[in-house]
Design a protein around this ligand. Structure first.
Ligand code: AGP
Length: 608
């Protein structure tokens, strides 16, 4: 997600702003910029790509004289990662510069209103409306202009503002996006998180939603939403810089597991309007859908596993044949794909070589292609006919977690949308499913809260040399991802197996003490799973079951139990994977593995 920084004091602001942006790089970005105010003039510099491009362009900030300024790393949401779309955005008269983290949800109507007032827009961003609103309302009173501007905004925003008429003063505004103030000696700071501050001061003020602040070198004044000055506690940061980047978590993977409720909210909420599903301008008419004979979902790794879950959901709801196939196979097997095929391509990074190649192959055969991607403006996103972003925010850990669950959530939305368009489900079932999807953020948090004992179970089972994940239907699809999570961060061999298939040979491997993780959340087949648990226990296996909260029967069958919160059966894989992500994490931690950067692995496999 975007990062913002601000500095005012007696040192050159340019280098300090760039240093602060470096501290925020881990948040992920695709362009950056700074603006420095000096002598009644605001000078700005922006660059796309790596932050070093901006550093080189500005000679490490030396080209922008001044002791007061703002900076930004942009994680593109509205508009591609170009220099024009990069922040800071300046007013045409050069009086204001603004940086923003968040999404202005009513930007389109504000843009139209401002254009009607003669303001000229240069970028595709939502943020640009803020700088023109400030310009529109500013009559010399900066605080009044800020309050009037903020009163027009809907959505989430952490704003940093510098005004040419107010030398040495910064404005910081918080609503829903993080924003922290740094209290220095003869200098003041703001930043999206403490990472960018701890190198200068450990004394910080956490702004609350609706509050805004005026920062000068010697004073920080905080106001409530009504403009009344309020007293704020100065907190002492005890984290080191490394810890701060992870928000206090020991590893990015754990941070990103815990971020899943928020990521799911970002993936789902903008697509539910008045109980209907809206797909970001993706137009799939009933007629177009009726002409689709088959859906092929293709991806790699965990994205493929998300596709396997999506295959069950989509085929169950839409009653269209749906297949999921790894991209590295699809691209080379001369597939029967044509204009009657909808190809769904899934990729967190949008840069996976096999996935890109499969996408190109399918396009060349005339298929309509729809991408489900996290990185805005990535190759897969640009190549596909349509794209649905997962809005999970940057994912740093190599092992995906929030990237996967948001992919499945978007696939669920798409499946329900398609099924309703095809009239394969009625309003009642549609409403149930929409309600279930909307509950996913809270259900995901419940899945975290239900399994505080997972670390203890990881200590008990971390020494296994090889284990099995078994399940049926959607539980089996979830097993695929659970197995990969464990393998890729703990280096313990595991295998996902269709529970009903075990007896056809593989059960020969079940011996005394072998750990079998049995996913039993798809309750229509619970009794079948109990039979499979009995089969493996009869051969000496230890069974760790994953069952729905409230299922009391499982205690009589399994040695240990992890829980998934109750949810619509078709959405089970999104919640039941959470305790298994945590299980893999704690097993790997117990084994002293490099959790965020596992051996031999890359976050994006951009080669064949
Ligand atoms: C998942 O934990 C792995 N990092 C890997 O399987 C990954 O899902 C796969 O390489 C696909 O990456 P993508 O989603 O960026 O295309």
């Amino acid at each position: 997600m975007c990062g913002i920084v601000g500095f005012t004091g007696s040192q050159d602001a340019g280098p300090l702003l760039l240093e602060g942006l470096k501290r925020l790089e881990y948040r992920g970005y695709d362009s950056a910029g700074i603006a420095v105010q000096s002598g009644g003039v605001i000078r700005a510099a922006k660059a796309s790509g790596h932050l070093r491009n901006l550093c080189e362009q500005t000679h490490d900030g030396a080209d922008l004289p001044g002791v007061c300024g703002i900076g930004h790393t942009r994680w593109a949401t509205h508009g591609a990662p170009t220099v024009t779309n990069a922040h800071p955005h300046l007013s045409d008269d050069g009086v204001f510069a603004v940086v923003h983290n968040g999404i202005i949800e009513n930007y389109a109507e504000l843009r139209e209103e401002l254009q009607g007032r003669g303001f000229v827009f240069h970028s595709e961003t939502d943020t640009e409306v803020v700088v023109h609103l400030l310009d529109c309302y500013y009559k010399g009173d900066l605080k009044a202009a800020v309050m009037k501007t903020v009163s027009r905004l809907n959505g989430s925003y952490a704003l940093g503002v510098v005004c040419a008429d107010h030398p040495g003063e910064l404005i910081a505004v918080k609503s829903a996006s993080p924003l922290i103030l740094g209290v220095g000696v003869g200098e003041s700071f703001f930043a999206s998180d403490v990472t960018a501050l701890v190198g200068h001061t450990r004394n910080v003020i956490y702004l609350e939603d609706g509050e805004f602040a005026s920062l000068t070198p010697d004073r920080i004044t905080v106001f409530d939403c009504a403009g009344r000055e309020i007293n704020k506690t100065i907190s002492r940061v005890v984290w080191d810089v490394e810890a701060a980047e992870k928000g206090g978590y020991e590893h990015f993977m754990l941070k990103e597991i815990m971020e899943q409720p928020r990521a799911l909210k970002a993936a789902i909420e903008p697509r539910i309007k008045d109980g209907r599903i809206v797909l970001d301008g993706v137009e799939l008419t009933a007629e177009q859908l009726r002409n689709i004979r088959r859906v092929v979902i293709t991806a790699c790794g965990s994205a493929y596993h998300a596709g396997c879950v999506g295959r069950y959901i989509m085929e169950e709801l839409c009653r269209i044949p749906v297949e999921a196939e790894v991209a590295s196979e699809l691209r080379y097997r001369n597939p029967l794909i044509g204009q009657d095929t909808l190809v769904i391509v899934i990729s967190q990074s949008g840069e996976t070589a096999d996935t890109i190649a499969a996408l190109k192959e399918c396009k060349a055969r005339g298929a309509r292609t729809l991408a489900i991607v996290n990185v805005v403006g990535s190759t897969v996103a640009k190549l596909a006919d349509d794209v649905l972003y997962t809005w999970a925010g940057p994912e740093i850990a190599v092992a995906t977690t929030k990237g996967y669950t948001t992919q499945v959530a978007v696939l669920s939305l798409l499946s329900v949308y398609m099924a309703r368009k095809l009239e394969r489900i009625g309003e009642e079932r549609f409403g149930e499913l929409v309600k279930g999807i909307c509950s996913l953020p809270e259900r995901c948090q419940r899945a975290i809260d239900l399994n505080t004992h997972v670390g203890y179970l990881a200590k008990r089972y971390h020494n296994n040399s090889s284990l099995f994940f078994i399940g049926r239907n959607l539980d089996y699809a979830a097993c695929l991802e659970a197995s990969l999570k464990l393998k890729e961060i703990s280096y313990i061999h595991s295998e996902a197996y269709a529970a009903g298939e075990l007896k056809h040979g593989t059960i020969a491997l079940i011996d005394e003490g072998r750990l079998v993780v049995a996913l039993c959340c798809y309750e229509a087949l619970f009794d079948k799973l109990v039979s499979n648990i009995k089969e493996v226990k009869a051969r000496g296996a230890k069974v760790l079951a994953v069952a729905q909260e409230g299922n009391r029967h499982i205690f009589a069958e399994a040695d240990d139990v992890l829980f998934a919160p109750a949810i619509d059966p078709l959405l089970v894989p999104i919640t039941e994977i959470v305790p298994l992500q945590l299980f893999a994490y704690y097993v790997a931690k117990e084994n002293g593995c490099d959790i965020d950067k596992p051996k031999n692995l890359a976050k994006s496999v951009t080669v064949e």
